[in-house]
Design a binder for this molecule. Structure first.
Ligand SMILES: Cc1ncc(COP(=O)(O)O)c(C=O)c1O
Length: 423
């Protein structure tokens, strides 16, 4: 608790003490600003995964002890994931990744539609929520594209209106792009697409580290999430509304027809990795207890309270970087030019015609700032912005464990780079 105001603020030392990477001799000295690619993992997840591999790495669903424990671990993961997204347990599907989940989903949904029906995709999305849908044009579906503003990389709801008609069956869109980071208005998009009987498929992968989503209240029919972006193992998870699932075609083995959990899981899943996703909730619980004491609130409410702390910290920590980029001549921030957490995630992607993204990236790496450059699988967004596909943007991204010092190191380098204009 903050003594003066009586309100909690994030105890960063406690937070960072949960992550072995920060104490490690090879990782600890980096200013780690490559979190949008995948976050570090807290000990709650590491320990759970190690325990599942060491003691319970066997086929679940039998009656011998380790198998019972493996089953319980997977069931628990499903329960906590359902609670974190305010979904029903049968609406949660695990798969190897979001890219593979959309691939499966496209096959499961195509039979719901007739030739000549229409779907809408964007040129802002990561290819994971784009390519699998676009390929349906080979099967008689008309694919329409909702395009970003080529200056800002942002989507405008006004441009969506003329794309929707009585034949529109689905809109696939990101909650917050992994480059533009600007939060798209999910509830409004849901209302627009539902008005013509269509479905909303939201890629929540980049948003999930920064905000909790009540998938029902937001009106999502499908919500996609990858747990390696939120301190977990590399597992894809998707929520699918129960009524929609009932209309999809089974993608599991034929004899799994009536089993909602196997319906969208064509292969045997990675049991231990799925079980270990529950460690994310254990981590959130430990942080919640530390900041707020014991609580009888639901998991969703507790985690929302915690995410309010995350959000306040993320906004403060990223502000100097956004200010620096906004002030630098000829440097373009992709997405809304503000740090406001209700408007954008703390992911900062920028480009400048005066220098290659790679040269800026190299200067940051030399100063031990973890970051990346390029297209980050948002090829179409790079094209829309008129950027070289390979050189793309420089991307620096924070999460709640990021420190002011890490961002300050990046700012120092960028300040020098922008004033010296390296080639
Ligand atoms: C916004 C977004 N969507 C989807 C993906 C793909 O997720 P996966 O690696 O689980 O396929 C990523 C990965 O970076 C992403 O940033």
């Amino acid at each position: 608790m903050n003594q003066t105001t009586g309100t909690a603020s994030l105890d960063l030392s406690f937070v960072r003490a949960q992550f072995p990477a920060f104490a490690h001799h090879e990782t600890g000295f980096w200013a780690h600003l490559e979190n949008a690619g995948g976050s570090y993992v807290p000990r709650q997840v590491v320990d759970l995964l190690a325990e599942l591999f060491a003691h319970f790495k066997c086929q679940p669903a039998w009656d011998f002890g380790p198998s019972v424990a493996a089953t319980e671990a997977m069931d628990r993961a499903r329960t906590v994931m359902a609670e974190l997204f305010n979904a029903g347990q049968d609406e949660i599907h695990f798969g190897p990744s979001t890219s593979q989940n959309t691939y499966v989903l496209a096959h499961a949904m195509r039979p719901m539609w007739n030739d000549g029906d229409e779907i809408i995709v964007t040129n802002q999305d990561h290819e994971a929520n784009s390519g699998a849908w676009r390929r349906l044009d080979r099967t008689g579906i008309t694919v329409r594209e909702w395009r970003v503003d080529p200056q800002t990389g942002c989507l405008d709801l006004a441009d969506l209106v003329p794309l929707i008609n009585q034949r529109t069956r689905m809109l696939a869109v990101t909650h917050a792009s992994n480059i533009a980071a600007t939060i798209n208005p999910v509830r409004e998009m849901a209302d627009m697409i539902h008005a013509v009987g269509g479905h909303l498929v939201v890629d929540g992968v980049s948003y999930a580290p920064h905000g909790l989503t009540d998938v029902k209240a937001a009106g999502c029919d499908v919500y996609l999430y990858s747990s390696y972006k939120t301190y977990g193992p590399h597992v894809g998870m998707m929520y699918t509304d129960a009524d929609l699932l009932a209309r999809m075609t089974n993608q599991g083995h034929y004899f799994k027809q009536g089993d909602p959990v196997a319906y969208l899981t064509p292969a045997g899943p990675d049991h231990a990795a799925i079980g270990a996703t529950a460690g994310i909730a254990d981590y959130y619980d430990e942080l919640h207890r530390h900041h707020f004491g014991s609580s009888t609130a639901s998991r969703f409410e507790r985690t929302r309270e915690l995410f309010d702390l995350f959000g306040a910290h993320e906004q403060t920590v990223i502000e100097p970087l956004i200010d620096l980029i906004n002030a630098a001549p000829d440097v373009h921030l992709v997405g809304a030019p503000v740090a406001d957490h209700s408007v954008r995630a703390p992911t900062v992607a920028f480009h400048t015609p005066r220098q290659s993204s790679e040269s800026i990236y190299r200067a940051l790496i030399d100063a031990k700032v973890s970051c990346g450059f390029g297209n980050f699988y948002a090829h179409r967004l790079m094209e829309a912005l008129g950027l070289d596909i390979d050189d793309g943007v420089v991307r620096l991204s924070a999460v709640h464990y990021t420190t002011d010092e890490e961002v300050a190191r990046a700012c120092e380098v960028l300040d020098q780079v922008f004033s010296s204009r390296l080639g």
